[in-house]
Structure formats: structure tokens, C-alpha cells
Ligand binder design. Structure first.
Ligand code: GDG
Length: 466
């Protein structure tokens, strides 16, 4: 088996169990279960512009973490700029939130070339390279320009919207052309693949062939759907971890004694996650169904991310205002309706909280997949499982049909669905959970990376790629 080299914008600190972020969790599992390899990317630190620092190498078991700092200018223009103020909103269908400057695109191209220059000396001819996510669309082209002939795959963790939206990206043709340097492009859902195919046909005059083969820009690639999963078995065990159980047991027993139900939400504090309307839906539940006052508690864990991008501070203020208003209106000396936690908590505590919550509430406006939905299912007690509420705009909705599927823009519908979830009879909960759990365990993280890497290995040789 060839050595696996994973490249992502950010390399996670694998020793920090409280670390948030779907990609971090997924790559950790993927590399470890392949017996190791290299994980290359940014270490999360910034240095003064113009500083040159050689890559740092750190071993975590059989995985080598090879990392670079980023200059302050690159952080501002490539990371906060093009990646998170142009591509992130665009690919989440939010053209209204794009903040574009020409220097952002220049920095995006420059940093991708820097990554390629630093990576090439570390590579062996027989390596398999797996590039991740929207920060690194043009990395494949930069690597090919330096003579890389290895198999290179790319996986997009976030949605790929229809061509009408993609064409709002400055130099979109250059961007999509650069993806054709990869031998295999993986998307989360069939919808994403179809949107990409539409772009190729309508905007690039390309052709779609069988087995995901696409021809355009004078070259060929393969685009397919590989829905990401979780390590379901491990997460299930984690949810029963003694330490973590200990932490939440008292609270949970008190809730049970008082016949109270907990609704849980866990999302990075991001506008794509639909948090303000989620808060409003909970308030609406208390208005429409007063029997849940003093009975239903909503716990929302929302660790901060990208707080230096302005729109993220705006949503933080909005959520603080909303939670203050809801608690001000409904809280009593012995009951707080909404518990809003704006920090990261330990993974095992999260798992135990999922297990002790009667409803998992996942309502993004747009999401590549949403691992929280799968984690909630994996953590349930199968004899008495909770109910998953899931947005139809999460990639996970393509495979998790037995969840209660909602429209995250419709506050009343969400409130009614919360009521349905809280009052659902045991037999229905078990039927739904059984089907969901089977799929979450079958299509787990191992199935995901095995399927992607086997497909990549079966693609024709990369020779001739531009
Ligand atoms: C991107 C795509 C796609 C959250 N808070 C805490 C915490 N988390 C963990 C969750 C979960 C992960 O972070 C979040 O994953 P999601 O999939 O929900 O969302 P993104 O971070 O936006 O991830 C997404 C994913 O990539 C994978 O391809 O599914 O669509 O946007 O694992 O449990 N973990 C800890 N403390 C927290 O407070 N320990």
C-alpha cells in the first residue's frame, strides 16, 4: 500500500481532545487506520510577513505532522480573505455575504504555490496525495507544475452549489479548471456532483461520461460522491465512558425526576449553521406548546470560529441577544430554558450529553454533510433512543431519511417538529433509530476513506495531467 500524504489547510493538534472541526476528526481517524502517513498543512500560528520558517515535523504515533506557520498577510488575505470571506459564503449559497478584494485572490494563488513548494521535497514517487477542502482547490495544479506525477485526490467537505452561484466567484473558470489537475474529485452528496457536472457542461463546454468521468479543459478527471461518516463504534463507546457519564449523570437524573426533556444542538458558531432561527424555533415551541414550559430545555454548544471575520462577530451578538431575550422571558428561579455555551467542550462530555438528550436538533441553512447528526445517532441508547431533527439542506439528509426532516427557514415548522420529537412514542423512536443507526455504522469513517482511496488507486495513471 502506498504511503498516504494528507494535505489540508489546518493540521489539527491531535492531542487536544476538545478540538472542534469535522475535518480534524475525520483525518485523524483516516490516517491512523491506514497505519500512518504524513499530514501536511498550517500549524495555526502566524508570523511577521516576510519571515521564512522551515516546516516543523512532529510524530504522533505512526503519523508525521508536518506543519508551517502562516504570515500575517497570508492569514488576512488567503485565510480570512479569499477562503473564508469569498469561497466559504459562496459555496454555502450566501452571495450576500461575500467580501471580495483582488489581493485576496492573489494571496490564494500565492499560498497554494507556497504549500506546493514546501510539500514537494517531502514526497516519494510512490506516495498517494489526498488534498482537502476549498482552501486548496489549486494545490493540485501547483504540484503538477512542479513535476508531481503521483496520484492526487481532492475531497470537498462543503457543498458545491449550482453554476449560477459558482460563476459569482472571481476567475471561476480558473478555479474549476484547476480542479481538473486531480485524478479524483470527491463530493459529499449526489446533489454536489450534479452541480459540478452542470458547471462542466454549461460553463466549460465539457462532457459527462459514465462512471463519473468528466472531460473538459483538454483533460479528464473523475468526480463522484463519497458521503463522509464517523467512527460510529468509537463514538458509541465514548458516549458510555464512565468519566463522562459521571459528569452529566446528576444533571440527567434531575431532569428525568422532574420529567424534563433536553434538546441538544452542537455547531461551530457559523452563519451556515442556522443558529438564530434555531433559537427562535425553540422560543416558538414554548409559545405554541406551553405544556413544555419548565419541561423542555435547549442546550446549544457553539464553540467560536473565525471570530476575526466580521460577520462571525455579528452572529455572536445576535445569539447573545436572542438567548438573553428568551431566558429573560421564560426563565424561573428553578429553570433555565436555554443554555447557550459559547466554547468548546471535551469530546467525551459531548458524547455523553448526546446520549442523555431526548432530541438532537441539527438545522443548518447549508452544510456539506454534518457529522453532529451522525454522532447524535451513534450515541443513543438503542433501548430508549432520542429523536434526530435534521435540516433538508444538510448533506446528511440525503442518507438519513428516518430523521424528522425540517426546513430551517420555517420557524413554525421547526417548533411543531420539536413538539413531535419530544412527544414521540417509544416504538416509533426505536424504529427510526434502528434504521439510522444501521446506516451510520455501515457508512462509517473507514468505509469513507477506504472507498475514496480505492477509487483513487483504480484511476488511470496521472501522466499527462496539467
Ligand atoms: C465541515 C463541513 C462536514 C463541535 N463542537 C465541539 C466539537 N464539535 C465537533 C462535532 C463534529 C465536528 O466538530 C463538527 O463537524 P460538522 O460536520 O458538524 O461541521 P464542520 O465543522 O462545519 O465541518 C461539514 C465536515 O466538514 C466533515 O466533512 O460534515 O458539513 O462544514 O465532530 O462533534 N467537538 C468538541 N467540542 C466541541 O465543543 N470536542
Amino acid at each position: 500500500m502506498s504511503r498516504l500524504v494528507v494535505v489540508s489547510n489546518r493540521v489539527a493538534d491531535l492531542s487536544n481532545t476538545a478540538q472542534a472541526g469535522g475535518l480534524a476528526v475525520a483525518m485523524d481517524e483516516a490516517l491512523k487506520s491506514r497505519g500512518g502517513g504524513i499530514w501536511f498543512g498550517w500549524n495555526g500560528e502566524t508570523v511577521a510577513s516576510g519571515t521564512r520558517v522551515p516546516p516543523n515535523r512532529q510524530r504522533m504515533g505512526n503519523v508525521s505532522l508536518i506543519t508551517l506557520p502562516m504570515t500575517k498577510r497570508d492569514y488576512r488575505d488567503y485565510y480570512a480573505g479569499f477562503s473564508n470571506s469569498v469561497l466559504w459564503p459562496l459555496l454555502h449559497y450566501r452571495l450576500d455575504l461575500i467580501e471580495y478584494k483582488t489581493v485576496f485572490l492573489n494571496a490564494y494563488k500565492r499560498v497554494n504555490r507556497k504549500f506546493a513548494n514546501a510539500l514537494v521535497p517531502l514526497l516519494k514517487k510512490t506516495d498517494t496525495i489526498w488534498v482537502h477542502d476549498y482552501h486548496l482547490f489549486p494545490l493540485g495544479t501547483a504540484l503538477r507544475a512542479l513535476g508531481c506525477k503521483q496520484k492526487i485526490g481532492f475531497f470537498l467537505h462543503i457543498p458545491f452549489p449550482p453554476p449560477d452561484i459558482v460563476t459569482a466567484a472571481p476567475q471561476h473558470e480558473w478555479l474549476i479548471r484547476s480542479m481538473f489537475s486531480y485524478d479524483l474529485i470527491g463530493f459529499q452528496t449526489h446533489t454536489d456532483v450534479a452541480n459540478f457536472q452542470h458547471y462542466v457542461v454549461e460553463q466549460a463546454g465539457g462532457k459527462v461520461h459514465e462512471d463519473g468521468i468528466l472531460k473538459a479543459f483538454g483533460t479528464t478527471t473523475i468526480a463522484k460522491c463519497f458521503p463522509i461518516g464517523i467512527d460510529a463504534e468509537k463514538f458509541q463507546l465514548l458516549s458510555m465512558d464512565d468519566d463522562a457519564q459521571e459528569q452529566v449523570k446528576l444533571q440527567s437524573m434531575r431532569q428525568k425526576l422532574l420529567n424534563r426533556k433536553t434538546i441538544i444542538g452542537v455547531d461551530r458558531l457559523d452563519y451556515s449553521k442556522g443558529l438564530p432561527d434555531k433559537f427562535r424555533a425553540f422560543e416558538r415551541l414554548l409559545e405554541l406548546y406551553p405544556e413544555h414550559v419548565k419541561k423542555a430545555t435547549f442546550m446549544q454548544i457553539a464553540p467560536p470560529t473565525r471570530s476575526d471575520v466580521e460577520v462571525y462577530s455579528e452572529i455572536r451578538v445576535e445569539l447573545e441577544t436572542l438567548s438573553g431575550a428568551i431566558n429573560g422571558r421564560y426563565a424561573d428561579f428553578n429553570w433555565v430554558p436555554l443554555r447557550y455555551i459559547h466554547r468548546s467542550i471535551e469530546r467525551k462530555t459531548l458524547a455523553a450529553l448526546f446520549r442523555h438528550s431526548e432530541v438532537g436538533f441539527v438545522s443548518p441553512l447549508r452544510d456539506g454533510m454534518n457529522l453532529v447528526a451522525k454522532e447524535y445517532v451513534a450515541a443513543q441508547n438503542e433501548a430508549d433512543p432520542g429523536v434526530l431533527i435534521l435540516s433538508k439542506f444538510a448533506g446528511a439528509a440525503e442518507e438519513m431519511h428516518e430523521a424528522l426532516i425540517i426546513n430551517p427557514y420555517d420557524v413554525d415548522e421547526m417548533a411543531n417538529t420539536l413538539n413531535k420529537a419530544i412527544t414521540m412514542p417509544l416504538a416509533e423512536r426505536r424504529n427510526r433509530h434502528q434504521a439510522l443507526s444501521r446506516r451510520v455504522h455501515e457508512n462509517d469513517i473507514t468505509a469513507w476513506h477506504t472507498d475514496f482511496l480505492n477509487t483513487l488507486s483504480a484511476t488511470p495513471a496521472a501522466t499527462g495531467k496539467t
